[in-house]
Ligand binder design. Structure first.
Ligand code: ZN
Length: 94
């Protein structure tokens, strides 16, 4: 499942959530300090902005992958081979 990294604005803990959920108006609790984080398009907080930007990017990539799949359906074998070769992107810790 496609997820993005979120950094808590209070305790700086990094956790992950689904890109599909992370949209304007979404809120969730930090699993570490239990503060409720609010995600808004007009947020000024760099952690929130970064998480929302990443989520938008992931959703766009998912849409494009879906569109490409519909445009050019592949035979079963080619699809599973591609899935096996996919590398997980390393977590960006900064
Ligand atoms: Zn926290």
């Amino acid at each position: 499942m496609s997820s993005v990294q979120i950094q808590c604005t209070r305790c700086k803990n990094v956790f992950r959530d689904r890109a599909g959920r992370l949209q304007d108006g979404y809120s969730r609790q930090c699993p570490s300090c239990e503060v409720v984080l609010f995600f808004a398009e007009d947020s000024q907080h760099p952690f929130v902005k970064r998480a929302m930007r990443d989520a938008r990017k992931v959703r766009k990539e998912m849409r494009e992958a879906e569109a490409a799949k519909l445009a050019a359906p592949e035979p079963q074998g080619a699809q599973s081979r591609r899935f096996a070769g996919r590398t997980r992107s390393a977590g960006r810790e900064d």
